[in-house]
Design a protein. Structure first.
Length: 127
């Protein structure tokens, strides 16, 4: 079973995406903030994730800052999992030249597109 972490500060969106991916057969871990996601990734028992889905606009660390920390010298992971960054303005993110490969998903969320992207992210053919 592929492991996905969802990092989203809105509890309703976090629950909806989590429930959807659970129904699709993924093992889902939830984090209500980027800081909590970094804590989870630091726990040895967590093991590697096959992918991360994160919102860009969150209080505290935003999505871009989270990615930069994950790619930095004090990263809690040896291998950075592939990511989907959910954002209202993908053009601004592309211009930021993030240090790792990130797929961008614009808001409002297209559920079919999200499922397709998660399948590509994890190497799992869902369609």
């Amino acid at each position: 079973m592929k492991k996905i972490m969802i990092v989203e500060d809105n509890p309703d969106i976090l629950e909806a995406i989590s429930d959807l991916l659970d129904l699709e057969g993924y093992e889902v871990t939830r984090a209500g903030s980027a800081e909590r996601a970094l804590e989870i990734l630091s726990e040895p028992a967590t093991g590697p994730f096959d992918g991360l889905i994160l919102d860009n606009f969150m209080p505290g660390l935003n999505g871009q800052e989270f990615i930069e920390k994950l790619a930095g010298p004090e990263s809690p992971v040896a291998v950075i999992p592939p990511m989907i960054l959910i954002t209202t303005n993908p053009d601004v993110i592309q211009a930021a030249h993030l240090p790792v490969r990130v797929m961008l998903l614009p808001k409002p969320l297209d559920i079919a597109r999200l499922i397709e992207m998660v399948g590509k992210l994890t190497g799992r053919d869902l369609v």
